[in-house]
Design a protein around this ligand. Structure first.
Ligand code: R5P
Length: 303
């Protein structure tokens, strides 16, 4: 039995105990574990995140740039706040020493050969906890053929996530023939938030993105979409952040860039340091040039 210590005397009676609000919108009433996990995704200093999305293989196989995740993505990991991927890639390829947040793709089923909205849940909460992930991501197809089923996937994840302190990211998916306008995204994002998603991923829009962000009571992250020129992708990220997004969840515009490491650093500049698009693009060009020089030097040294 250890000897009992003396009772303490220093109660700091002049210092009131602070009651801090949580830094993410709409998240103050969540439980400690949930907030702790969200703080692994969003940087508490800036309130924003750079998520690197590499989960494309779950419905379309080895996408360009993701043929060998060990070769192309692992070098980018130190610059991502969060990785979004499948459990197959996590376990087979990602070193468990990775310290950033993991958002696990938790819905799936159909491939690009079928109707993509016909998804089911694809990861159990027990496995998500075993992998120590920071959130579970589920696709929601508002207006899609299997709309109700996909919403139900999300609400089931929210129920089980709430039980265990696991946030749920709702990803608003758009069918090929659907109109991508502010009215649609206000509807889709709001439904996800109303039904319990802890944060929502959606596309940027030139017209009305600010109203999509404002009418969504939880954080919104901007989806990257198809590869576009680097300056355009940085401009889109900048506008989304300035119009209310709490970060980006970007895949192809980073890993399909001519210089992925330079690109992710430039995206970080926009998200965390409020760099203007031209400043971030300049940073991208400089880093790209430095990388080219250093690979030339390495190639010469090898000979
Ligand atoms: C989107 O529905 C999936 O989660 C994608 O696999 C991925 O997140 C998309 O990333 P990006 O469009 O930026 O390549």
């Amino acid at each position: 039995m250890p000897e009992a210590d003396k009772e303490g005397k220093n109660y700091f009676l002049d210092t009131p105990i602070t009651t801090e609000g949580f830094f993410l919108k709409g998240s103050n009433s969540l439980d400690w574990g949930m907030k702790n996990r969200l703080s692994r995704i969003f940087n508490p200093k800036t309130g924003r995140t750079v998520m690197l999305a590499v989960d494309h293989g779950y419905f379309q196989g080895p996408t360009t740039g993701l043929e060998r995740i060990d070769v192309t993505i692992i070098p980018l990991m130190p610059y991502a706040d969060t990785l979004m991927l499948t459990r197959g890639i996590l376990r087979s390829t990602i070193p468990p020493t990775y310290g950033g947040g993991i958002v696990i793709r938790a819905s799936g089923g159909p491939s690009i050969l079928r109707d993509l909205s016909n998804e089911q849940l694809a990861v159990d909460i027990e496995d998500a906890l075993r992998m120590n992930v920071a959130a579970m991501a589920v696709q929601v197809f508002i207006g899609g053929e299997f709309e109700t089923q996909s919403v139900h996937n999300m609400t089931r994840l929210v129920d089980v996530g709430t039980r265990y302190g696991m946030p749920v990211l709702a990803v608003t998916a758009v069918g090929k023939d659907m109109v991508r306008d502010a009215r649609y995204f206000r509807l889709a994002c709001r439904i996800c938030a109303e039904l319990g998603a802890h944060y929502v991923k959606t596309y940027y829009l030139e017209e009305g993105f600010d109203t999509v962000a404002a009418s969504c009571p939880v954080p919104l992250v901007m989806a990257g979409g198809k590869k576009i020129p680097e300056l355009d992708a940085l401009t889109m990220s900048y506008k989304a952040i300035q119009e209310g997004a709490a970060g980006v969840d970007m895949g192809r515009n980073i890993f399909q860039s001519a210089a992925p490491r330079a690109m992710i650093k430039a995206v970080r500049g926009v998200v965390h340091d409020n760099l203007k698009p031209r400043e971030a693009y300049q940073l991208f060009l400089e880093l790209k040039q430095q990388e080219a020089k250093s690979s030339k030097r390495k190639a010469v040294a090898k000979k």
